[in-house]
Design a binder for this molecule. Structure first.
Ligand SMILES: Nc1nc2c(ncn2[C@@H]2O[C@H](COP(=O)(O)OP(=O)(O)OP(=O)(O)O)[C@@H](O)[C@H]2O)c(=O)[nH]1
Length: 393
């Protein structure tokens, strides 16, 4: 069994690029921390392929909007030649996360419409892993980004139950939103339990809280995770070497997360999903091929219903001077807008996913439809100002 091996680590605060220097400089950590994890005994190769180590499958979990895709993007753009395959799972029927990582990844599978933990069984997971490990892909690592409502225990069990002989479980990274964590715990005390399955906790968004609160949270999540290393970060900038360095796993390295009962109970695969976070959440998807009026959308964003915890997607305003692509994220009370270019051939349209509890689908869609603008060329560019104020770094 292989998984993140960070036992010698203490809490580490990542620097601006998240790369290994902070690991060495800021905190005294075990030697394992700087190099890290995964891997296993060499296995028989497939046809024409020499014997090689198993491909570690690292799970990235964490509540809605905590920064999983941001962390994944950071890993993909700083992987220094490590070939990474990803499985991206989004709760809604539009996979915004897959759009966000597209183009940067060696091999990817996008799953939408429900949490992987309940929509895929062990055989389904095998099929996914078979696609990523087929001859020719030659990946060094696979990252599975769970939806923000997935049950980590089920995700781990799915990987451990996989019969694909080319992969091994590489551990669970739990991303925590430092600014939202306490409120999320109040709404969902189960979140505490999720942390107990982590091998590494990434306390993300520390730019949104002060130093004292960071120190308190490090202590809290460290305790809840049973003493696992906690990495305090901004924008998921962790050292990819923490996850992907290849070196032999010690023989005594064993799974700790799941009890025998957890592993054994095949029927638990689909039982008791009522207890999962996603059973109380709804998602609403909105697509619009017409441009959106910036002021009308801003009014909608300013007056989001309290049950709407997460909104994400791309928006087309088409206003003169602002015809490029805007990505909008809300997480709790947080709102961020990002600007980028449309990919070649990408349709100029708006695609939003809204996730929350007790959502009134019809009312939301009516409000969003009312944001459409048939003649964006005639819209005063000044109306973009309130949107532009939320453009993040
Ligand atoms: N201020 C701040 N914003 C961040 C940080 N990390 C991520 N974000 C923003 O938080 C929002 C959500 O980030 P994502 O990476 O999409 O979160 P996620 O966990 O993948 O979201 P779901 O898949 O919907 O659960 C985006 O607007 C990010 O730009 C951070 O460290 N600081």
């Amino acid at each position: 069994m292989r998984r993140l091996r960070l036992d010698g680590c203490r809490t580490v605060r990542a620097g601006p690029d998240g790369l290994s220097a902070p690991c060495r400089d800021l905190v005294t950590i075990g030697a394992e921390c700087a190099s890290a994890i995964t891997t296993g005994a060499a296995i028989a190769g497939r046809s024409g392929r020499v014997a090689r180590q198993r491909i570690p499958v690292v799970l990235v979990a964490g509540f809605l909007g905590s920064g999983k895709t941001t962390l994944l993007n950071h890993l993909l753009t700083n992987s220094s030649g490590t070939r990474i395959g990803v499985v991206v799972n989004d709760f809604g029927s539009i996979n915004i996360d897959a759009l966000a990582v597209a183009g940067q990844v060696d091999s990817s599978i996008s799953l939408q419409n429900g949490c992987l933990c309940c929509t895929v069984d062990a055989r389904g997971m095998d099929a996914l892993l078979d696609r990523l490990t087929r001859p020719g892909t030659d990946l060094d690592a696979i990252v599975v980004e769970a939806s923000g409502l997935a049950e980590p225990k089920e995700m781990i069990r799915l990987i451990l139950a996989a019969s694909n002989e080319h992969v091994s479980y590489g551990g669970l990274v739990d991303v925590v939103d430092a600014a939202e964590f306490e409120n999320t715990r109040l709404a969902h005390p189960d979140i505490d339990r999720h942390l107990a399955y982590a091998d590494l906790v990434v306390l993300n968004k520390i730019d949104r809280i002060d130093e004292q609160s960071t120190a308190t949270l490090i202590e809290t999540v460290g305790r809840l995770s049973g003493g696992r290393p906690v990495l305090a970060t901004e924008r998921g900038r962790i050292d990819p070497g923490l996850l992907f360095d290849q070196r032999p796993a010690p023989a005594e390295d064993i799974a700790r997360q799941l009890s025998f009962d957890d592993l054994r109970s095949e029927h638990s695969e689909h039982d008791d999903h009522d207890g999962h976070l996603h059973s109380t959440y709804d998602s609403v998807e909105f697509r619009c091929s017409q441009a959106l009026h910036p002021r009308r959308l801003m009014r909608f964003l300013d007056n989001r219903p309290p049950g709407l915890f997460r909104l994400k997607g791309v928006v087309y305003f088409g206003v003169p001077g602002h015809t490029h692509k805007f990505t909008v994220h809300t997480v709790g009370g947080f709102l961020e807008v990002r600007e980028s270019r449309w990919a070649e051939g990408e349709p100029r349209e708006t695609q939003l996913v809204l996730i929350g509890t007790g959502l009134d689908r019809e009312a939301l869609l009516t409000e969003l439809n009312a944001c459409a603008e048939a003649d964006p060329d005639s819209v005063d560019p000044q109306s973009m100002l309130r949107i532009l104020r939320h453009v993040g770094p």
